[in-house]
Design a protein around this ligand. Structure first.
Ligand SMILES: [Zn+2]
Length: 288
């Protein structure tokens, strides 16, 4: 959407300056404007509900040069600049209570309001019942993996956040973020991402530029890739049939990270795509 708006702006500038400057000069001016508009407009939408994002102004960017350090429940929060302000992008936990919450910035508390949200229930049938009621060996594996995954998604790197996102794969939306899920009649954790169904082998693209943080094979997630987009913004691609990257790889937006599959706890081939802010899974649709 930001690209379309930038293109509209460009046409507008072109109309305003038909013959005043040379074509070469105009080309560079327009190129600069596209970049500027892209940066200016590539920002997630605010939706201050459990599993959503609160966007809170924390400082004046015209007088404060570096991004202020902001924390929420003891975790570093993504801070990015827009329209002359430093804005905190707070990932609100799916199990958060509605009401007043607080950010910590430079020793002071900044209050913000979390609105209530009811998510729908989804019933899912899994053929491999060990993925629903794991045996002892699997349970031990799950406990270890949850600790590893918690560490990965909570990673905070100091680079400025890249917030210009694309949908990582084509296909039907088969599982929305936040759904309460009942597997084989048993209540399990709510859905921490967006499911996109497509044929096995369909390429999966990096949603934004970043650096590969981790790749692995997890009990529930199957083959996964985690990408760090800077300042605590992390994306994750699960159930892959193949992984095409390795930790430390630098990616451009759209680079292929792997292929759609059905590894881990999956009913069929699909991509599970998660986005984390301050270690909390938030609705990826807010970035599109
Ligand atoms: Zn999923």
């Amino acid at each position: 959407m930001s690209r379309i708006r930038a293109a509209v702006l460009c046409s507008f500038i072109n109309l305003l300056t038909p013959n005043l400057i040379g074509n070469e000069m105009k080309k560079w001016l327009l190129f600069g404007l596209v970049l500027y508009s892209g940066q200016l407009l590539a920002f997630p939408r605010a939706n201050p509900v459990p599993g959503g994002i609160a966007i809170i102004p924390v400082a004046d960017a015209t007088t404060t040069v570096t991004a202020p350090v902001v924390q929420y429940e003891g975790k570093r929060v993504t801070v990015a600049q827009q329209d002359g302000a430093w804005l905190a992008l707070v990932g609100i936990p799916l199990d958060a209570q509605a009401g007043e919450h607080h950010l910590q910035a430079a020793g002071s508390l900044i209050p913000f309001e979390v609105q209530p949200k009811q998510y729908r229930t989804q019933r899912i049938r899994i053929n491999d019942n060990n993925k629903v009621e794991p045996d002892d060996e699997s349970s031990q594996r799950i406990v270890q993996e949850l600790a590893v995954q918690k560490g990965i998604k909570s990673r905070y790197s100091p680079q400025a956040a890249t917030l210009d996102f694309i949908r990582p794969a084509p296909g039907a939306d088969t599982g929305r973020f936040g759904m309460r899920r009942i597997f084989n009649g048993q209540q399990r954790n709510p859905h921490s991402g967006m499911d996109i169904a497509a044929a096995t082998g369909t390429p999966v693209k990096a949603t934004a530029a970043g650096r590969v943080l981790h790749t692995g094979d997890f009990f529930f997630s199957g083959n996964v890739v985690y990408v760090d987009h800077g300042s605590g913004v992390i994306s994750m691609y699960a159930h892959l049939s193949q992984i095409a990257v390795k930790p430390g790889d630098n990616l451009q937006q759209g680079d292929i990270v792997g292929a759609i599959g059905s590894t881990g706890r999956a009913t069929g081939p699909h991509l599970h795509w998660s986005v984390y802010l301050n270690g909390e899974a938030v609705d990826p649709a807010l970035f599109l």
